[in-house]
Write a protein that binds this ligand. Structure first.
Ligand code: NAI
Length: 246
């Protein structure tokens, strides 16, 4: 049990990578706050998961809304009485080329994928400082490291997440808090459902490990960075992309 009795918040926990991480963390002994904007999906997952693990609870929140995040963190504290791990995993896409992207779509993705990370970390921080130990894991992307056609908003947000990660590692390391990021490649979730099959085939062909990633590939990286095994890893961006970005 690599996370025995640790209390973890996982945002975007109702589907895809986040949901896989909720299950893996529960298996490893953590008490998990499954946080998601989507109430229906969150409650459904809570019901199913609680049949196996009673230490999982759903909290509805919109990470882009500060009041909603503050209320969620307070509710997590009331229920679990502590926060050891924060996985900033919630994210959205609104893809269009620069010529066609609306200001609204640019701003929306920044609000959720970048400002949302800031909100959650700032709200959870006092409770990690109280414990003198903590792990913050932010979800970036290969698009944030290398850019991607049609993703001005997403690439900017995910590059910004790397900036936050490196800054917070420097600010918080001496307080016992490690801040790292994971940069997934193409992972089989709802998020990539809009990519045509032909393009997915090409993606596999240019990936040294020639396949798409699974949600578990990313959840395993979250687990390492959330566990004591990574106590001397700080400010790092872990590419989990089959070697796509060299
Ligand atoms: P997904 O679409 O399956 O799950 C995202 C979850 O976030 C959903 O449950 C959604 O309801 C929730 N969410 C969206 N907006 C929210 C908000 N404002 N507040 C709270 N929750 C919100 O996506 P997936 O693939 O599991 O993505 C997880 C993370 O991994 C995201 O940050 C994404 O950008 C990142 N990522 C995914 C890649 C992929 O190929 N699937 C590649 C690189 C990064």
């Amino acid at each position: 049990m690599r996370l025995k009795d640790k209390i973890a918040i996982i945002t975007g926990g109702a589907s895809g990578i986040g949901l896989e991480a909720v299950k893996l963390f529960a298996r490893e002994g953590a008490h998990v706050a499954l946080v998601d904007f989507n109430e229906e999906a969150g409650l459904l997952q809570e019901r199913e998961l609680q049949e196996k693990w009673d230490h999982i609870k759903f909290f509805q929140a919109d990470v882009s809304d500060r009041e909603s995040v503050d209320q969620m963190v307070q509710a997590v504290m009331d229920h679990f009485n502590g926060i050891d791990i924060l996985i900033n995993n919630a994210g959205i896409t609104r893809d269009k080329t620069l010529r066609k992207m609306s200001v609204q779509d640019f701003q929306k993705v920044i609000d959720v994928n970048l400002t949302g990370v800031f909100h959650c970390a700032q709200a959870a921080l006092p409770y990690m400082l109280e414990r003198g130990k903590g792990k913050i894991i932010n979800t970036s992307s290969i698009s944030g490291v290398g850019g991607n056609i049609g993703q001005s908003n997403y690439s900017a947000a995910k590059a910004g997440v790397i900036g936050l990660t490196k800054t917070w590692a420097k600010e918080l390391g001496k307080k016992g808090i490690n801040v790292n990021a994971v940069a997934p490649g193409f992972i089989e979730t709802d998020m990539i459902k809009t990519i045509p099959d032909m393009q997915l085939m090409q993606i596999k062909m240019i990936t040294p490990s020639p396949r798409l990633g699974t949600p578990l590939d990313i959840a395993n990286a979250y687990l390492f960075l959330a566990s004591d095994e990574s106590d001397f890893v700080n400010g790092h961006v872990l590419n989990v992309d089959g070697g796509m970005l060299k």
